[in-house]
Design a protein around this ligand. Structure first.
Ligand code: SAM
Length: 466
């Protein structure tokens, strides 16, 4: 089936690239690529994405839904061009960083950044659309990063964090030209008027968030469009107004990435007829001036996200490694979580002023005098493996777990049991003898019908060996 290419699209990219070659490429099958989670699995024998140490191309598109390692956050399905962010962020990672990913759902860039950040960093990730902020939280919990906060706010709401972030990523909502070969909706919704509208919205977002960048901080602006209006033109106007400069990234010739310059703006362009990936454009803007962050003297407290006293934290310390680096808190549904001590003040501040959706490591739910581990704890890179007895389960049982079905375990041990599939931590069930009850969240559960006799081949090899 031919992908629909909207009228006027060719015109809109004339002067940017060879429109006919691009349109021809948009008619071909898109590529499938994944990025592995280095805290869960090791290098793969697959074709590497050359600009990302953890990215791989697959020869075909498997049914990811039926792979337990996909649900366990062992890898993320991400279009290869976006992984170029690694080339921009990695050189900055010589010290702990405070990063804001402003337009973050479903979490492709977030999970990449989470894997790159050195210990002691803070990652605040935001999504303005509430339903999408839940998907973002799910992906982050599964990725297992302990120092990540998810918010559901408008960019304007971050004004209280003036000068706070070392890096701000604005992966802006755009007219979606880069998605033309992925979904036909993107092309049917495209129009020159929508491009203009997107460009105005992108400019507004950059202005709204610029104040939160620290002096010498880095703004990463990206879209998945090809036209100039949403890319270089937005950046040109912005750097002129803010007296800021674009920065360059060293490229290898064989990557076939297009570096473009326009009136002081530098952009890195991924055109599917040239580069192995989907449409993508990214620019880096360095801030020269601005205010340093100064914490407010009076911290506002949230009544919904409440740190626990040291004494009340004691029962939960056994669930994570290095518990003394964390404080424990209750969230609005009464669940217990943990977040790095060094960011307690900022946690409190963000909880009071933003719509906090998720923070740190999910720990437990308390029901009367019973403490039940939360499913998300199993995904954390800091889960203390001695906390519960573990059993290794089959692929079939792992799929059953992610479908929220009860399991029958090989162990006679009763109570909470930690499940591993292929050596990767997947969850907890409560063994009551003849069956094990499954607390996996229904909103995360696989809804697809499954023929357990025909589960697909393994997509990635587990094991941490490099
Ligand atoms: N960074 C994501 C990733 O890598 O998975 C993709 C982000 S997508 C290109 C842009 C996001 O911006 C969408 O999730 C959309 O809901 C959000 N968005 C839409 N309007 C917005 C606005 N006015 N301000 C901030 N974000 C907005």
């Amino acid at each position: 089936m031919e992908n629909f290419i909207p009228e006027n699209f060719r015109e809109s990219i004339a002067g940017v690239t060879d429109a006919e070659a691009l349109v021809a490429a948009l008619q071909t099958e898109r590529m499938t690529s994944i990025r592995i989670n280095p805290s869960k699995i090791g290098k793969q024998q697959l074709t590497p994405v050359p600009w990302c140490g953890t990215g791989y191309y697959l020869d075909s598109r498997p049914v990811f839904t039926l792979d337990p390692l996909f649900h366990a956050g062992a890898y993320y399905v991400q279009e290869a061009a976006s992984m170029f962010l690694e080339q921009i962020i990695k050189p900055e990672t010589t010290r702990p960083l405070r990063v804001l990913d402003l337009c973050a759902a479903p979490g492709g860039k977030t999970t990449l950044v989470a894997s790159l950040l050195p210990a002691g960093s803070l990652l605040v990730v935001n999504e303005v659309i509430r339903s999408r902020s839940f998907i973002l939280s799910e992906n982050i919990i599964k990725w297992g990063s302990p120092s990540c906060i998810v918010t559901n706010n408008d960019p304007k709401d971050f004004g209280f964090l003036r000068g706070f972030f070392d890096i701000i990523i604005v992966d802006a909502p755009c007219s979606g030209e880069g998605m033309f070969r992925k979904n036909s909706e993107a092309s049917s919704e495209w129009s020159p008027e929508n491009v203009d509208l997107c460009s105005k919205r992108q400019t507004r977002i950059l202005h709204d968030i610029w104040g939160c960048l620290a002096p010498d901080g880095m703004l990463i602006y990206s879209t998945c469009t090809f036209n100039e209006k949403e890319n270089e033109d937005v950046v040109v106007r912005f750097i002129e107004e803010k007296q800021a400069q674009c920065e360059s990234v060293p490229l290898k010739e064989e990557w076939n990435i297009t570096e473009r310059h326009k009136n002081g703006a530098t952009s890195y362009r991924f055109f599917p007829h040239k580069t192995k990936g989907e449409g993508f454009s990214v620019s880096i803007v360095r801030k020269n001036d601005g205010d340093e962050y100064s914490p407010s003297k009076k911290t506002q407290d949230s009544k919904r996200w409440v740190p626990l006293s040291e004494r009340n934290s004691l029962p939960y310390k056994k669930y994570i490694t290095s518990p003394d680096d964390f404080f424990f808190f209750t969230n609005p549904t009464g669940q217990i979580g943990a977040f790095p001590q060094e960011y307690k003040k900022i946690f409190t501040e963000v909880a009071a002023r933003c719509n906090l959706v998720h923070a740190g490591i999910p720990i437990a739910e308390v029901m009367g005098n019973k403490v039940n581990p939360l499913p998300g704890l199993a995904f954390s890179s800091l889960y203390e493996k001695q906390a519960f007895p573990s059993v290794e389960i089959s692929k079939e049982d792992a799929v059953r777990y992610f479908r929220k079905e009860p399991l029958q375990l090989s162990t006679a041990e009763k109570g909470w049991i930690h499940l591993l599939y292929d050596g990767v931590s997947v969850g907890f069930v409560k063994n009551i003898g003849n069956r094990a009850n499954n607390p996996y969240p229904s909103e995360w559960a696989i809804r697809m019908n499954v023929d357990y006799g025909k589960l697909p081949e393994t997509i990635v090899i587990s094991g941490k060996a490099d």
